[in-house]
Design a binder for this molecule. Structure first.
Ligand code: GLN
Length: 443
């Protein structure tokens, strides 16, 4: 598959050919269910877009029945930026409903399969984007990451997935899940392509009140830079043997590449999980209150307003989304607000402070992305088990940091991804380290 860098240099006719080829290949791989719909009409290098990002004129559903029939009336800022940088949105990729999940199984369009082994999950929630890139039916894609939804599917499918610093990329036009956690980011074949896409979408946006007014200089990756990289022995003990082995191998590779390895400690990830799921569900419950049958998409037939609200939401939302709205409403209720929501925010501060301390000593942190390789469909028995599997990714969102997941190894033919975590707004160093790690581990 052609890289983004090469695709940007193609003359118009060849680009049109490339699009045709991609569409034909996507049709051949229909069983993967990576795309919800394709649109070859745009001019530019085709980029697959997660179905929670507004593209003017496209149906945008967040893979939820409740939004079916809703057409975006404008472009998200990232789409505007892509279009002006020579890219064209190419298709809507499948995802967990409203980005809630880790497997892409909660989509109203049915699950996406992992191209490396169709009996296994592609990860989630940006599983459609990851599967499309891994299967060679997209050159690159956009995903969104609230608690790992770019990085974990990237790791499960063997591609690169990057979550920018919170506030670095505009959320204008991204359907909100957890507004204080969500970030859009690139999903690509390699680190160089991730840099290209990141540079195209990053920067301050007055249309997003949480967009950071921090000067943005396009990243020019320098894999020769020698860095201090923190490793977290206490953190990785809960990962599978295969992941631990890959972790040790990556450390050796980084040492051989001339980086200094420093052992650091991060607090038990059980606090990340508790803090994240309370925060994300609380924010989701308020964000999703707007889907009431009046303003967007689907409306149920009913005799009065209250019944219309109730029927629309009962029929429109899936089980996982309902569970989260209920739990989120509960933790925000006046009797429990202090006990859950406020406590979760306190924990979040501690987690952020801890990262800041660690980053006084190191430039980057190396961490697993998931405790295991991609698992089989149905292997995780309960929603709780699935929440626990997010242990390695969600701290990064709570602390608002940038991180990149890249494939470094394989276990029985299944990809293993590890992530580098950087300081807020230091994407330059993150990409420097990522490119070095990619070179050191890909032979
Ligand atoms: N798996 C996590 C969740 O379900 C993260 C999802 C995401 O990043 N959108 O909330």
């Amino acid at each position: 598959m052609i890289t983004l860098k090469k695709a940007l240099e193609l003359p118009k006719e060849e680009l049109a050919e490339l699009k045709k080829d991609l569409a034909a290949k996507a049709a051949e791989h229909k069983e993967l269910n990576a795309y919800i719909a394709l649109d070859e009409s745009g001019e530019g290098v085709p980029i697959a877009i997660k179905d929670n990002i507004q593209v003017d004129g496209w149906e945008v559903t967040c893979a939820s029945k409740i939004l079916q029939g809703y057409y975006a009336p404008y472009d998200a800022t990232v789409i505007k930026k892509l279009k002006s940088a020579g890219f064209a949105p190419f298709g809507r990729t499948n995802m967990d409903e409203f980005a809630m999940g880790s497997t892409t199984e909660t989509s109203c369009y049915g699950k996406t399969l992992n191209p490396k082994d169709p009996s296994r999950v592609p990860g989630g929630s940006s599983g459609g984007s990851a599967a499309a890139v891994a299967a060679g039916i997209a050159i690159a894609a956009l995903g969104s990451d609230t608690g790992g939804s770019i990085r974990q599917p990237a790791a499960f499918c063997g591609i690169v997935g990057m979550k920018p610093t919170y506030g670095r990329v505009s959320r204008f036009g991204l359907a909100a899940y957890g507004s204080s956690l969500d970030q859009i980011g690139p999903m690509t074949k390699n680190v160089e392509d991730a840099v290209i896409l990141y540079n195209a979408i990053a920067g301050y946006d007055p249309k997003d009140s949480t967009s950071a007014q921090v000067a943005f200089t396009p990243v020019e990756p320098n894999p020769e830079r020698k860095l201090r990289i923190g490793v977290v022995p206490n953190f990785i003990k809960d990962a599978s043997a295969a992941i631990q082995k890959a972790y040790d191998k990556a450390i050796e590779a980084l040492k051989n590449a001339g980086h200094e390895i420093v052992e650091v400690t991060l607090m038990d990830a059980k606090y990340d999980i508790a803090s994240y799921y309370i925060t994300a569900m609380a924010e989701a419950s308020t964000n999703l209150s707007r889907y009431d049958g009046v303003r967007y998409g689907r409306r149920a037939q009913a005799d009065n307003l209250k019944e219309m609200y109730r029927k629309t939401r009962s029929e429109g939302f899936g089980e996982e989304v309902k569970r989260r709205i209920l739990l989120g409403t509960f933790v925000l209720s006046s009797g429990y607000y202090d006990a859950y929501y406020i406590k979760a925010q306190r924990a979040r501060h501690l987690i952020k402070d801890e990262y800041s301390k660690v980053f006084e000593e190191v430039d980057l942190i190396l961490s697993p992305v998931a405790p295991n390789v991609a698992y089989k469909f149905g292997e995780l028995a309960s929603p709780m088990e699935m929440y626990l599997s997010d242990a390695y990714t969600i701290g990064v969102n709570l602390a608002g940091l940038p991180a990149i997941s890249l494939p470094v190894d394989e276990y029985e033919g299944l990809p293993i991804g590890l992530q580098l975590i950087g300081k807020a707004f230091d994407e330059q160093t993150l990409f420097d380290g990522a490119m070095s790690l990619e070179r050191a581990t890909r032979s």
